[in-house]
Write a protein that binds this ligand. Structure first.
Ligand code: SAH
Length: 382
């Protein structure tokens, strides 16, 4: 079980990023082939092929578990907490009442946008948003209304995608807010489309964090903002190689209940973002701002309505509910961190590269003309 937790981003499975060739060039990558395409010694191949097959099977199993978990539990959550399936953001040190939860969840969205510096200015505000791991579309509808934007949400759960669509219809947003079942690690979008790439509490489900951030970067347009709000484990101390065995044990129990693969730290996310040449990379630890959340969820589950809905929702949802105290324990032990990571796909990089290309093309044309002129002169001479 402990093997599920990786120490560094460099130890995360390194699958080739699906950045387009042009994006790879623009982001300043070298001409070396992606690591998966480099030749390996023959003797390693069978073992690697088997390991890759095992990991692909594990990923499929994980995706199925996530889809079923949200298929079963989303109705329960919506009944009690509404359409946002993420933590609330509270002032530090307050005890939240259950009635505050919706305002706190909206505040979470607003704080994330503010932290990332997303502009409200009509000429700069996001026009196309992707909501990666959209739940029943609470953020998608909120962002579409706030920015008068188009929004596309993806989730692994067919029940969520359908419910998200129905709610968009009810709110009169169906012409610009759409949902589909799709994998965040292989998004059904072409490169460079979205001005805001939004992942609210879905990153913790991703088995390959590098591929996940790579996909967010791939679909982001030049100048786009990427916002990842996610559960992380604490950063390791310079003297540490891994978390402590008791910490690993606690995280693994949470993984089982919520269909989570390996955890990583905020520092790992930063390292990944840097490796992708993303810009203005920022992070913050909001663990204290979300501290009142789980106690409030537990209080709501203990109401008559919460209890009866839970019993009707199926074993996966019950298992998730029983694991809620583990989340509180993780926060109290400062093992679990609620992190925001934001960055930009740099516009200047594109502009600079573009002007460089133009410059080089200009130089070539110049040389060609000079050659033609020389050849013409030589022809006249003979
Ligand atoms: N962002 C939403 C929901 C968070 S719950 C909100 O704030 O309300 C986590 C969501 O991540 C679920 O919708 C789940 O289906 C989705 N998810 C997890 N792994 C995913 C993957 N590989 N691809 C797409 N969605 C995924």
């Amino acid at each position: 079980m402990a093997a599920r937790l990786h120490r560094h981003a460099s130890e995360l499975p390194s699958l080739p990023l699906r950045l387009s060739a042009s994006r790879i060039r623009l982001l300043g990558a070298t001409n070396r082939p992606p690591s998966a395409l480099r030749l390996r010694p023959k003797s390693c191949r069978p073992a690697r092929v088997m390991a890759a097959a095992a990991s692909a099977t594990a990923e499929e199993g994980l995706k199925k578990g996530i889809a079923e978990f949200y298929d079963q539990s989303s109705g329960l959550w919506e009944d009690i907490w509404g359409d946002h399936m993420h933590h609330g953001f509270y002032d530090r040190g307050v005890t939240a009442s259950i009635d505050d939860h919706r305002a706190a969840q909206i505040r979470m969205i607003e704080e994330a946008l503010r932290f990332a510096g997303v502009s409200d200015d009509p000429s700069k505000k996001p026009k196309k948003v992707v909501d990666v791991g959209c739940g029943i579309g609470g953020s998608s509808r909120y962002l579409a209304k706030k920015y008068e934007a188009q929004c596309q949400g993806i989730t692994l759960s067919p029940v969520q995608a359908q419910r998200a669509h129905n709610l968009a219809v009810v709110e009169g947003l169906a012409d610009r807010v759409t949902f589909q079942v799709a994998d965040a690690l292989e998004q059904p979008f072409s490169d460079g489309q979205f001005s805001l790439v939004w992942s609210m509490e879905s990153g913790e489900h991703m088995p390959d964090k590098k591929k996940f951030v790579g996909e967010l970067a791939r679909v982001a347009a030049p100048g786009a903002t990427i916002i990842i709000v996610t559960w992380c484990h604490r950063d390791l101390l310079p003297s540490e190689d891994s978390l402590l065995p008791e910490e690993l044990n606690l995280l693994n129990r949470i993984c089982d209940a919520y269909y989570l693969p390996s955890w990583c730290s905020a520092a790992d996310y930063i390292e990944i973002a840097q490796s992708l040449s993303l810009e203005n990379i920022k992070t913050a630890d909001w663990s204290e701002n979300v501290a009142p959340f789980w106690p409030a969820v537990i209080r709501s589950a203990l109401t008559w309505q919460g209890f009866t809905s839970l019993l009707q929702s199926g074993w996966k949802a019950i298992k998730g509910a029983l694991a809620m105290p583990l989340m509180i324990e993780g926060y109290n032990k400062k093992l679990i961190k609620f992190a925001i990571i934001t960055c930009h796909v740099e516009l200047y990089l594109y502009m600079l590269t573009e002007s460089k290309i133009q410059h080089e093309c200009g130089q070539r044309r110049h040389h060609l003309l000079a050659l033609v002129a020389t050849a013409g002169g030589f022809y006249e001479h003979i």
